[in-house]
Design a protein around this ligand. Structure first.
Ligand code: SF4
Ligand code: SF4
Ligand code: SF4
Length: 249
């Protein structure tokens, strides 16, 4: 059986998801490499390809000028997967959609450099059809392997649509709220095995929200049990989810 041709592309991002993959020496990933052929991956090789079975796209869609490149990738790919929060939801980049423009304060005399010009940070799905997403900041590499493996076996990958709290309870972690901390695991999309609460830190919902999250209840619990001010609770709950919240439209 011929190997599936896989390509990786990046748009507005810190490239952390690519780094996550290149650092991934787990046996499951090495086994996966026996079944795929990586034909394009700027971070790790210089070759380019004309067609691919699976295209992985990292980073947000932040410039109309990127639309053509995205459309070209879509035409050449059988399956398109947005990987990492930036590509899947707009991620942390989408915070800029709700802030004043800080480019002058940050870059001062260089703030008008052409490569700094950008519009709203949106998920890749705002420009082209995306078939699946690997959530997380950085993306969850185990989920990455699981999704590719399912596709290679002709199965439809299942992306969790239940909250991180379920994984956290299953792992018998002590709830962050018991330590007077805050946490957004009640509405964050599971699939990371409640990594952060398991390490003793709050879930920041880097995998985005489950479908139809109760945003009002989240804000209330962040304020009443997490002791955050209203402003902080509001801002916290859109740290990775600025495009997902009902007030983002
Ligand atoms: S999802 Fe996070 S790690 Fe991945 S590219 Fe975006 S900011 Fe970087
Ligand atoms: S620590 Fe967070 S994820 Fe775990 S049970 Fe508490 S609220 Fe839920
Ligand atoms: S626990 Fe929350 S913040 Fe941590 S990896 Fe999972 S979804 Fe992301």
């Amino acid at each position: 059986m011929s190997k599936a041709k896989v390509a990786f592309f990046d748009f507005t991002s810190c490239e952390g998801c690519q780094i996550e993959l290149t650092n991934y020496g787990d046996a499951a990933f090495l086994e996966l490499l026996n079944h795929i052929e990586i034909v394009e991956f700027r971070e790790a090789m210089s070759e380019k390809a004309a067609q691919y079975d699976i295209a992985f796209i990292e980073g947000s869609y932040t410039r109309e000028a990127d639309r053509k490149r995205l459309e070209d990738i879509r035409k050449r790919a059988g399956v398109v997967i947005a990987y990492g929060a930036c590509a899947a939801t707009g991620g942390i980049n989408a915070l800029k959609n709700h802030q004043k423009d800080y480019s002058e304060a940050v870059y001062q005399k260089d703030s008008k450099m052409p490569h700094l010009a950008s519009e709203k940070a949106l998920p890749i799905s705002a420009a082209i059809k995306v078939d699946y997403a690997v959530y997380g900041c950085p993306m969850d590499k185990y989920e990455f392997v699981r999704i590719v493996s399912h596709l290679l076996h002709g199965k439809t990958p299942v992306i969790p649509n239940y909250p991180v709290c379920m994984e956290c309870k299953r792992n018998e972690n002590v709830c962050r709220y018991e330590s007077n901390d805050h946490c957004m695991g009640q509405v964050a999309r599971a699939g990371c095995n409640a990594k952060c609460p398991g390490d003793g830190i709050p879930c920041e919902a880097c995998r985005g929200f489950v479908d139809q999250p109760n945003e009002q209840a989240l804000k209330k619990v962040l304020m009443e049990k997490g002791h955050l001010s209203e402003e902080r609770a509001q801002n916290k709950s859109r740290m990775f989810t600025a495009n997902l919240r009902s007030d983002s439209k």
